[in-house]
Design a protein around this ligand. Structure first.
Ligand SMILES: *[C@@H]1O[C@H](CO)[C@@H](O)[C@H](O)[C@H]1NC(C)=O
Ligand SMILES: *[C@@H]1O[C@H](CO)[C@@H](O)[C@H](O)[C@H]1NC(C)=O
Ligand SMILES: *[C@@H]1O[C@H](CO)[C@@H](O)[C@H](O)[C@H]1NC(C)=O
Ligand SMILES: *[C@@H]1O[C@H](CO)[C@@H](O)[C@H](O)[C@H]1NC(C)=O
Ligand SMILES: *[C@@H]1O[C@H](CO)[C@@H](O)[C@H](O)[C@H]1NC(C)=O
Ligand SMILES: *[C@@H]1O[C@H](CO)[C@@H](O)[C@H](O)[C@H]1NC(C)=O
Ligand SMILES: *[C@@H]1O[C@H](CO)[C@@H](O)[C@H](O)[C@H]1NC(C)=O
Ligand SMILES: CC(=O)N[C@H]1CO[C@H](CO)[C@@H](O)[C@@H]1O
Length: 687
């Protein structure tokens, strides 16, 4: 990011004369109320951040789901005790959504009285002394018990086992449920889950099994819920919204394979899964209701992305056939929010165990509709896909804030009442250079920053090379500066989220991800960007306030800042330093807190000695240094401090400011600048 070498920087720092403090005064008038939400989460199942990620299911390929793109197979499964496994499409499947199952037969040279099958999880299974909850479905005549166990894949040691009594019958699927508490923690996550039975007791020659599922304890104890450590890491980011289900997942690869919300509902055996856009079949166990539960359990405002008739291959639904796309999107919101007694889809929701309607205040129409199939795809969005969907929503759900998936910066004209979505994926310098971009937005151009990240170092070439393996400190500081630029315009910016949020270390394409994870929770790694976004989101400004510097307009270089007051009216100042060879002295006063001895907390994040340092899941070292100290104001309420080069800081006063807020705040709908190139959207993007 910064082209000067660290040694040279240090030499320059030593030579440079101490500069005068930047003298900043925060006024208590002339501010603007910000929109209601600010920092949030974006989730789509990219490279096993859903299946094998935050969705807590431990068994991979649990129901042999497949598609034209990723045919059903036996990946993840292995025979136990000399069994022979075969994939079957039975005349009597478990359900029409799950046509394939595994057949387990004893081989002629079976080496054990017990046979069965084992699953290695998503690159391992975390085994601890805690309660695992499982189910499986079995068909075939068997007189005897089953035994389930968690074992080491390396030594075969059994950490816990449980008898599941009662056999099974021919011609019918029997569901088995069990709970299993291992007696000891496994030394590593290289473990398997095994189901075995007595080969002699099988009268029908073999057994068929399907939908074999095992969950550890989940976040807030939800059935079919989220992995606890990852959910807790997200909670610590202080999010206020959840944008889902994509992202590219929403669009799908082709017009037949978009994210069909109606196929993500109810019992797992009713979910066929889908051909994911990130190169694997997806279970859709993390479906629409699960996303809403996630939002509820973290107290997040859902931003529901609805399919807008464009697929990643660039095909889009023609205008003459567009009615179904509109109805499909309206039905989805009716499913979520409709009355259980008086609406068709509300009744379906109630029948699935959710009688109480959810509340939806934000709907995003499509995903990055400026990109796939450009320019025809975008033209169709501007011509009819967006206007017709927006009108339908305004008519039926006038309270919902509609967000267009492109922003004003992507060349979208945002109609009155709508907002845009801006996805900057930039170099650090580009983020810093765009610092003034939102200042020029008008209030009627509300903008969501629905995805953002520093992607590659300055001078790097985009998507095909030169990516950093993980978010790195210099990139994270530049993101802070970008967020500061957004907060300065908090009346026009709906909110911001990093993307992608989660990445399984065993399968990735897109390196920039806020949290890295694997089966072993000890490998969960909070990136440099995670620390920066968390600090910034932990001190929310509810009213932005003007800051003046005596020398006239501040030029924001090398210190970039925003000030305002919190919901409790304490004074908040956020700043970051970029491209400075020496620490930047700051003198800060808040109008209304002009007394000597006033106190404030200052938290400063600094990184490693060179800007490319990152948090590496394999070395486990955290390169981000956190320092919080209590500052006491000098005469006139002056807070004096220095911020090092490449640092991010937040100061919050203990005293309250009397803030006068003008009327006409906005929850605006702005549009964003979409020049960013997004993160890989797979092939569509590289085209
Ligand atoms: C687990 O251990 C086995 C045997 O040593 C090895 O072949 C396999 O790659 C390991 N799997 C994982 C996920 O580490
Ligand atoms: C879900 O809805 C889509 C669009 O209407 C439809 O094509 C599909 O068949 C539906 N799926 C099921 C299982 O009903
Ligand atoms: C829906 O119907 C049920 C059963 O008749 C009733 O108990 C419930 O109050 C009704 N709910 C609403 C919102 O009208
Ligand atoms: C940071 O400094 C480098 C080296 O002087 C310069 O090329 C770059 O443009 C600067 N970046 C910004 C955003 O000012
Ligand atoms: C914002 O919206 C207005 C009117 O809708 C438009 O004239 C203006 O150019 C837009 N762009 C920006 C960057 O504010
Ligand atoms: C508040 O909004 C007004 C009108 O857009 C603008 O002129 C002013 O600079 C804003 N104040 C702050 C502190 O951003
Ligand atoms: C400063 O931070 C500490 C620890 O985070 C907290 O206990 C204290 O209340 C804070 N003080 C002020 C004035 O915000
Ligand atoms: C879309 C995509 O490229 N996904 C990647 C997910 O991770 C696997 C394993 O590393 C890659 O092979 C895929 O390409």
């Amino acid at each position: 990011m910064i082209s000067l070498k660290p040694a040279l920087l240090a030499a320059l720092a030593a030579l440079s004369a101490p500069c005068l403090a930047i003298d900043l005064r925060v006024r208590s008038t002339g501010g603007n109320k910000t929109t209601d939400i600010m920092y949030g989460l974006m989730h789509e199942d990219i490279n096993n951040s859903g299946d094998g990620g935050i969705y807590a299911e431990l068994i991979s390929n649990r129901a042999f789901q497949g598609s034209a793109k990723f045919p059903s197979n036996l990946d993840g499964w292995s025979p136990v005790g000399g069994a022979v496994l075969s994939l079957q499409k039975l005349a009597q499947p478990l359900s029409s959504a799950l046509p394939y199952s595994v057949n387990v037969a004893a081989s002629t040279n079976a080496n054990s009285a017990k046979i069965g099958l084992a699953n290695g999880g998503y690159w391992g299974i975390d085994v601890k002394v805690q309660k695992y909850t499982g189910t499986f479905h079995v068909k075939g005549e068997y007189d005897g018990d089953f035994e389930v166990s968690l074992r080491s894949a390396i030594t075969g040691e059994v950490f816990g086992r449980k008898t599941v009594s009662g056999g099974s019958v021919a011609g019918e699927w029997t569901e088995k449920e069990f709970e299993l508490v291992p007696e000891k923690n496994a030394p590593s996550s290289n473990n398997t889950f095994v189901i075995e039975w007595d080969a002699e007791g099988v009268k029908s020659g073999s057994l068929d099994l399907n939908l074999i599922s095992l969950f550890p304890p989940t976040f807030k104890g939800r059935k079919n819920g989220l992995r606890i450590d990852l959910a807790e890491a997200l909670v610590d980011l202080k999010p206020t919204f959840l944008r889902f289900p994509g992202g590219n997942m929403l669009e799908g690869n082709t017009l037949d394979t978009y994210w069909k919300w109606n196929e993500t509902l109810g019992p797992l055996k009713n979910r066929p899964g889908m051909a994911g856009v990130w190169e694997y079949q997806q279970t859709l166990g993390l479906g629409l209701s699960e996303y809403m539960n996630w939002a509820d359990d973290m107290n997040l405002e859902p931003i529901v992305g609805v399919f807008a008739g464009l697929a990643l291959d660039g095909n889009f639904v023609p205008e003459a056939e567009f009615d179904w796309v509109i109805q499909y999107a309206l039905d989805e919101i009716e499913f979520l929010t409709g009355d259980a007694n008086t609406t068709q889809w509300g009744a379906v929701r109630a029948s699935l165990g959710y009688p109480k309607p959810w509340t939806v205040n934000y709907v995003e129409i499509g995903n990055e509709d400026w990109l796939a199939g450009r320019p025809a795809g975008f033209d169709s969005y501007k011509a009819y896909r967006f206007p017709r969907l927006m009108k339908a929503f305004n008519d039926k759900y006038p309270h919902i804030q509609i967000i267009a998936s492109p922003s004003v910066f992507d060349g979208m004209t945002i109609p009155k009442g709508a907002a845009g979505d801006y996805h900057p994926y930039l170099t650090p310098d580009e983020f810093v250079q765009r610092f003034g971009r939102f200042d020029a937005l008008t209030r009627d151009n509300l903008t969501l920053i629905g995805e953002a990240a520093s992607t590659h170092p300055n001078g790097g070439i985009a998507w095909d090379g030169n990516l950093m393996p993980f978010p790195w400190w210099g990139g994270s500081v530049a993101e802070a500066i970008f967020l500061i630029s957004a907060e300065r315009n908090g009346d026009k910016i709906i909110g911001a989220t990093y993307a992608p949020g989660l990445r399984n270390m065993n399968r990735w394409q897109w390196s920039m991800t806020q949290i890295q994870h694997a089966a072993d929770p000890a490998l969960t790694t909070l990136s440099t960007s995670y620390h920066v976004w968390r600090l910034i989101a932990s001190h929310i400004i509810r009213t932005t306030l003007p800051v003046s510097a005596p020398s006239g307009a501040p030029n924001f270089n090398p210190l970039y800042y925003v000030a305002g007051s919190s919901a409790e009216n304490t004074g908040v100042f956020k700043a970051a330093v970029y491209n400075s060879t020496s620490p930047v002295p700051v003198s800060l006063r808040f109008e209304g807190i002009e007394k000597e001895g006033a106190v404030a907390n200052l938290t400063v994040l600094t990184g490693p000695s060179e800007p490319y340092g990152y948090n590496d899941p394999f070395t486990r070292a955290d390169v981000v240094k956190h320092e919080t100290r209590l500052l006491k104001a000098g005469k006139g309420g002056e807070f004096k401090f220095e911020l090092p080069g490449l640092s991010v800081a937040v100061l919050e006063t203990a005293d309250k400011i009397k803030v006068e807020v003008p009327v006409g705040k906005g929850k605006g709908k702005g549009k964003g600048d979409a020049k960013g190139k997004g993160k890989g959207k797979g092939k569509a993007r590289r085209a």
